[in-house]
Write a protein that binds this ligand. Structure first.
Ligand SMILES: NC(=O)c1ccc[n+]([C@@H]2O[C@H](COP(=O)([O-])OP(=O)(O)OC[C@H]3O[C@@H](n4cnc5c(N)ncnc54)[C@H](O)[C@@H]3O)[C@@H](O)[C@H]2O)c1
Length: 333
């Protein structure tokens, strides 16, 4: 069994704690969070020793790997310390809010060839993965456009918004990774965004809606449509369009029952809500990939460079919103 230390006992930390506890290949050795009652409560549910200090877990020679699920501004420091301690790393997105800090971090750790995976859970969703495989197999011919829709049912709390780094770095980052997953390198990014005039987003200097258009090096085009609110639930769709056809992922519903009557046709249940439910299986598959990469001694399917690429697209989108012009993402050094 691989022994895992979990850093961060918040929303996503709870997801990882459960996945690790349920895995047959791993066990939770530590849960560390400066808010110790959070760590203790989560350890009470899923096992492991609770601590306020990640260094206790990093000093434990019996710990093979760490899952960094703490607040974003802590990721780089915890990555560096985990590499120093010789641990394998699964780190939540985004790596950092600062592209230059990401590049400095990689320059410092790359020679040690750390096994480092990024938590882009959507890559492990069965439907997105299936579309990716079928596009790669040539089913729709040359991929021409990728259309990604990602709308949250409701915004996170103001306190989360304050440290999240904003919509593009925190939320659209998943869509930027999807774009990279399907299209490889992107050469041009244009973005528009609005607050809807909502004080929550104006105070946080953040956005309520965004539309991003991108051109890939392959010539393929991509659009991303985001919203922080959506009256009909968590809206997660994708369409790959090519010369021979298209492949589309639609939203999931709790059951497949459809109702038709004098006022509606084909009405279904509400969409599965929210990311914890919609991607429950994907989070488990993500952990399984991390554990498999460790035991097989190979790089994981999603690495540091994928996190860096998504971040460069986020920075380009932010610059495009500010300048009103298309922006070329900054290439990796
Ligand atoms: N992949 C996904 O679907 C997904 C979903 C949600 C959040 N996230 C990411 O996960 C991270 C956490 O988000 P969240 O929603 O769980 O936030 P959260 O605020 O619910 O939890 C963050 C936790 O980290 C703890 N923490 C702060 N500093 C720490 C440190 N140095 N060591 C250990 N713990 C520390 C906090 O006390 C808090 O309990 C963010 O980077 C976020 O972007 C990813």
């Amino acid at each position: 069994l691989l022994r895992i230390a979990l850093f961060g006992a918040g929303r996503i930390g709870a997801v990882h704690a459960r996945s690790i506890a349920e895995s047959r290949d791993a066990e939770l050795a530590w849960i560390c969070d400066p808010v110790e009652p959070s760590a203790t409560a989560l350890a009470g549910r899923h096992g492991g020793r609770a601590s306020a200090d990640p260094d206790e877990a990093l000093a434990d020679a019996a710990v093979d790997a760490v899952v960094i699920a703490s607040a974003t501004p802590t990721h780089i420091d915890l990555i560096r310390r985990s590499v120093d301690a010789g641990k394998k790393i699964l780190c939540e997105k985004p790596i950092s809010l600062d592209l230059a800090a990401i590049d400095r971090c990689w320059a410092d750790i790359r020679d040690r060839e750390p096994l480092l995976m990024l938590g882009f859970n959507r890559r492990f969703d069965a439907s997105f993965r299936e579309v990716h495989e079928r596009v790669a197999a040539g089913e729709i011919g040359t991929l021409r456009t990728l259309r990604i829709t990602s709308r949250d049912p409701h915004p996170p709390p103001a306190a989360y918004l304050a440290t999240s780094g904003g919509m593009f770095r925190d939320m659209t980052i998943h869509d930027f990774d999807m774009a990279g997953y399907f299209l490889g390198d992107v050469v041009e990014v244009s973005a528009m965004a609005t607050t809807n005039g909502d004080a929550l987003f104006e105070d946080a200097r953040d956005h309520a809606q965004a539309v991003v258009t991108m051109r890939a090096a392959s010539g393929a085009l991509c659009t991303i449509v985001n919203s922080r609110t959506c009256a009909f639930g968590y809206d997660q769709r994708l369409e790959a369009f090519g010369d021979l056809g298209s492949l589309e992922v639609t939203n999931q519903t709790a059951t497949s029952v459809q109702a038709s009557d004098g006022t509606r046709t084909g009405a279904t249940d509400r969409y599965v809500d929210f990311f914890l439910e919609r991607y429950a299986a994907a989070y488990r598959a993500e952990l399984a990939e991390f554990l498999a990469a460790i035991s097989e001694g190979r790089p994981p399917a999603v690495g540091f460079s994928d996190g860096r690429r998504a971040q460069a697209l986020a920075e380009a989108a932010i610059e495009s919103v500010a300048s009103g012009r298309p922006v070329q993402p900054q290439p990796a050094p």
